[in-house]
Design a protein around this ligand. Structure first.
Ligand code: EPU
Length: 389
């Protein structure tokens, strides 16, 4: 039960009115007599009076692709930068920890979140600059990533078609530098606009300032977790050259002249490969790759190659090699196996799935068992790609 139910807090800018499951934040000071529960519904529909709603004790199940049923103490859907400012004001006044969620496709919840969840739902897209070669698009952080990719493919704007169908939002894409099928988002990001939730100030990060790496960026460091990404600017090509460097894509187009392959064809091929290997979160709960592929030096690779001549690896730079964690997990006999309702996907062992009623702890227990087996067999310490709360 929310202890604030029935209470009303008025500060210089807003009224907060707490009801059983929601808190209305109202832009102007309004005479107290109209702020009773009877009026809440009406107020919520009034654009000038009511800015946004804070939900209390809300299940996060619809907001994470693993489909884990845990609660958040408060949840606020942010549709505009103004609303973000109000939400920050609410968080500060109540001295709450916070968590920013986009599509919820890279998180595993293991317990109630005793703070406020900010859902990034800021939408919008505009052309910032354009010439014969390329276009700069500024895209709001809350837009669904797959919808943005489809938009670009439809307009024949190249650069992100290999990232088709990746769940999540535009704002989340730079945080872990999403990547698939030979492309990473860092290749097209020009700048990232974010609000520092500690100070409320807007900051723009150039591509360089984002310090992109394999599934990482400046936004993943502890001191930068305060940033709420409001928009990302992308540079897309008007006369795109497709990227078929990833072997399965190369294979699909092996009999074609690369210059005749359109980005729409590549986008469709990527969708086809993803659908054949990766589970659809709408059908079965999952967060894509649960683990990162480990990157090792030649000194670690050589003994592994001797023991396992068939081990897949890819050279990243002069002295680093990426190993395939999915392959190692499969070699440990874990592919397709279950621990209650927590499971390892049967077509891609890097992906853990929720077969129905798994809790976050069930999935985490399975992940820890996998980590232990891989370490025992290969001497490699796997790292989680998914963020655990
Ligand atoms: N493999 C196995 N068994 C498995 C899975 C993979 O033997 O169960 C082998 C494959 O045969 C291949 C190698 O491992 O030789 C690599 O597999 P795959 O091409 O499927 O890619 P991945 O390295 O396992 C990465 C990304 C995926 C991305 C694919 C395609 C990471 C952590 N994962 O997976 O990203 O879609 O490449 O580019 O880098 C995600 O991040 O959520 C994600 C799905």
């Amino acid at each position: 039960m929310n202890p604030l139910v029935g209470s009303q807090i008025i500060n210089n800018r807003y009224n907060y009115l707490f009801t059983q499951n929601t808190c209305l934040i109202i832009r102007d000071k309004i005479p107290a007599y109209i702020l009773n529960i009877k009026w809440c519904k009406l107020l919520r529909q009034h654009p000038y009076l009511c800015k946004m709603t804070v939900k209390n004790d809300v299940s996060l199940k619809p907001y994470n692709t693993f489909g884990i049923d845990v609660k958040a103490r408060y949840l606020i859907e942010i549709n505009t930068v103004d609303e973000l400012n109000e939400a920050v004001d609410f968080k500060n006044r109540n001295n709450l920890p916070f968590l920013i969620l986009g599509g919820g496709s890279n998180v595993l919840f293991t317990k109630t979140f005793e703070g406020v969840v900010f859902l990034n739902r800021i939408e919008g897209l505009r052309v910032v600059e354009e010439d014969d070669e390329q276009v700069l698009l500024k895209v709001a952080g809350g837009m669904a990533w797959p919808r943005f990719v489809d938009y670009c493919v439809e307009k024949n704007l190249g650069g992100i078609e290999n990232l088709s169908l990746i769940p999540g939002t535009v704002g989340a894409a730079p945080i872990q530098n999403i990547g698939a099928y030979g492309t990473e988002v860092k290749e097209t990001v020009v700048e990232v606009e974010a609000v520092d939730l500690a100070t409320g100030k807007i900051k723009t990060f150039s591509n360089e300032a984002c310090r992109f790496g394999y599934r990482s960026s400046v936004f993943k460091t502890r001191s930068n977790r305060n940033y709420f990404i409001t928009a990302v600017t992308f540079e897309l090509k008007k006369n795109p050259v497709v990227n078929l460097s990833y072997a399965p894509l190369k294979h699909i187009f092996q009999n074609r002249d690369i210059n005749t392959v359109s980005i729409a064809e590549v986008g469709n091929a990527v969708k086809q490969i993803r659908r054949s290997k990766l589970p659809d979160p709408d059908q079965i709960g999952n967060s894509g790759s649960f683990f990162k592929n480990p990157v090792v030096g030649i000194n670690e690779l050589e003994p592994l190659k001797k023991r396992y001549p068939e081990i897949p690896y890819f050279q990243v730079d002069r002295n680093s090699y990426k190993l395939a964690a999915g392959w190692m997990i499969e070699q440990c006999g874990r592919k397709g196996k279950r621990l209650g309702d927590a499971g390892v996907h049967d077509k891609q062992a890097l992906v853990l799935v929720n077969h129905g009623n798994a809790t976050g702890s069930d999935i985490l227990d399975l992940a820890m068992m996998i980590k232990k087996s891989v370490n025992e067999k290969f001497g490699i310490e796997l790292e989680f790609e998914v963020n655990i709360y």
